[in-house]
Write a protein that binds this ligand. Sequence first.
Ligand code: ATP
Ligand code: MG
Length: 620
Amino acid sequence: MISSPCPTPPPPTTRANPSPSSHFLRQIIESDLDRGTYAGRRWAGSPGDAAHHGAGAPDPAKIRTRFPPEPNGYLHIGHAKSICLNFGLARDYGGVCHLRFDDTNPEKEDTEYVDGIIDAVKWLGFEWNGGPDALPYYASDYFDLMYRAAVALIQTGSAYVDEQSAADMQRNRGSFGHPGTNSPWRNRPIADNLRLFAQMKDGLYADGAMVLRAKIDMAHANINLRDPAIYRIRRATHHNTGDQWCIYPMYTFAHPIEDALEQITHSICTLEFEDQRPFYDWLLDRLIETGLLAAPPPRQYEFARLNLTYVITSKRRLAQLVQDHHVSGWDDPRMPTIVGLRRRGYTPAALHLFAERIGVCKSDNWIDYQTLEGCLREDLEHKAHRGMAVLAPVKLVLSNWDEVMGVGHLEPCTLPALPHVQGNAQNDAQPTVLRHFVLGREVWIDRSDFEEHPPKGYKRLFVGNRVRLKGGYVIECTGCIKGADGQVTQVTATVLPGTKSGTPGSDSVKAKSAITWVSVACGVTAEVRLYDRLFVDERPDASGKDFVSCLNPDSLRVVTAIVEPSLARALPDEKFQFERHGYFVADRLDHTPSRPVFNLAVGLKDGWARGRSGSHVQTS
Ligand code: ATP
Ligand code: MG
């Protein structure tokens, strides 16, 4: 079932001005602030162990949150939710949010992705680590401290080197309802464990020959506490530390330590880590006992990851779409990546609104894709300048033009760029920006604005009907010319002089409707990319489904359109409403004034809701 955004719980009673969209995480933070849970913390200005922070000043940040992406791909809409949540909470509660690259897995990571993630967080409007010039943190910078943490665990009898084969280890883990079996190496003397672990680090053993395991309880009901592996041997070059290490910490060991070294207070992650929380707490309690890490420890809280219909939010699968050329790259405007959404015309404000609107839930749910599209429309409605564009052009000739207006006459016309915002009583302060264009004997109109045999209720061009050329004159349709194939190649009409918009005579003749148009004299040819959903299936990555077979074969159509001059002068990334068609953006990479290229961001209304493909954009 597709659920709507999370219900908003009643606001907490502890604050005078509760946030308008309170949720369980806000309530936890507010309660911690009220109780002073983290009031005594110190912060030395950089991540470090207990001794480091102990020498620092009281932490000026009331809370510390973090966004910890693994740099193994570009960020997607799900990450945008997590970014808005973590950075937003820090902002709202006088805290600091850390951007930390969780780069403890040497094989999959790349500096290209590091740069992409930095750009995405900046584009969303956030600063990390307490200042505009602060550098992001890298988990790999903590490898030395993680090694020390592992040694501290061994020294206190809480970790051991296990030489069982991977298969034996798996078998001896037991299963749900069946306890595991202790490893024969579990009670190895501490001194031997210390020596072996040092030798693992020094490269004396082959990959996979042994692992370091936490010593907890092989019969624990939570399988994650059955002596989880915490360090493995892996000869792989790391993007940050090169070949310095041949042992790497497991994610579940590294992550709590990273949080603690950074003095994180609220470590917010997605629900799949719920079962890991006991290990998170166990590990930090042990390391605080040894004196290595500062108290109080960070606490982990889980929220439901974003699932969006018609969208895949898995970096691995998105990478496959790129590698197999189903899309043009990570920034293809059909991709749910932040770079893709940006190229599609999404704004940071629209994504913030989306994150706010969907809320934060404790259980998995699905958000309808239309919620995302609605947020973009809402943001652009009052910001995007209007313009006329003809997406499926056919020529309209005003046969009496030369006679009544003068041979070759071009009539200057104007329309406001923001008709809803400017020129109304509430917005007197805002000067009206006008778009200038001309009307002449020949204009381009959309093919669908003429019907030889009009269906009932059709109000646009058909023989004998009068319509207004928006911002210009009323015209009366007189006929059409067809090619050998029966297709209409030209529509003919006569202009009714004295009916120009904005003149006293404009109301003298009744027009059934107004149509958009661009004159042949000033229209500019543009490439328009009409994007549609990338998948036809509501849940393309539901378990067991071949998501590639769910791709929408019509997710991109490219048309040659004619646009009014103000649109051709667009700056790359500038957004417009093409009147009657939808919101479009000048492509960030390909658009130039001499070769305009626009991407469909979102239609004016949702076409899918009405059982039609496309985003309510007609081109035929
Ligand atoms: P993927 O499966 O796409 O690689 P991930 O969770 O492995 O996602 P990370 O780079 O580890 O990606 O994630 C960084 C942060 O973003 C994590 O805190 C994670 O919880 C959060 N995150 C990732 N995907 C989503 C999502 N769909 N909704 C909300 N938060 C998400
Ligand atoms: Mg991950």
